[in-house]
Design a binder for this molecule. Structure first.
Ligand SMILES: [Mg+2]
Length: 127
């Protein structure tokens, strides 16, 4: 049983894989007490950030249209400050530095533990 919290943050999930998306939705809603919007490709994520402010973005790397790196570069032009956390199964050594170089703040390899994900969420959304 995981400790529930009510962070009440509004999160953008950029993720093209339905099962990964569903897992994150359940964690955010039922365990972290957050609301969210979703984007199934990088361009959709960029468009959503241009329309409204999010407290944090979870960013998949491998997505259609724009990948997570390209989407992050564009998002940084619209919002330099929103925390962006990469969630990816690609744990090759070059991936984390590339994520940070593109403007992401942190990196969590999949599969991740729920506790680790909520800890990162708390860390990056505390004021
Ligand atoms: Mg993907």
């Amino acid at each position: 049983m995981h400790k529930k919290c009510t962070l009440k943050k509004h999160i953008l999930i950029a993720e093209d894989h339905p099962e990964s998306l569903l897992l994150l939705e359940v964690i955010l809603k039922d365990i972290a007490g957050c609301t969210f919007e979703t984007a199934s490709d990088g361009q959709e994520a960029v468009d959503k950030v241009r329309k409204r402010k999010f407290d944090l973005i979870f960013m998949d790397i491998r997505m259609p249209v724009l990948n997570g790196y390209e989407a992050t570069r564009k998002i940084r032009q619209a919002d330099p400050d929103v925390p962006i956390i990469a969630l990816t199964a690609h744990v090759m050594p070059h991936v984390k530095p590339k994520c940070l170089e593109c403007g992401m703040n942190d990196f969590l390899p999949k599969p991740y533990s729920i506790d680790k994900l909520t800890a990162l969420l708390e860390l990056w959304t505390k004021n």
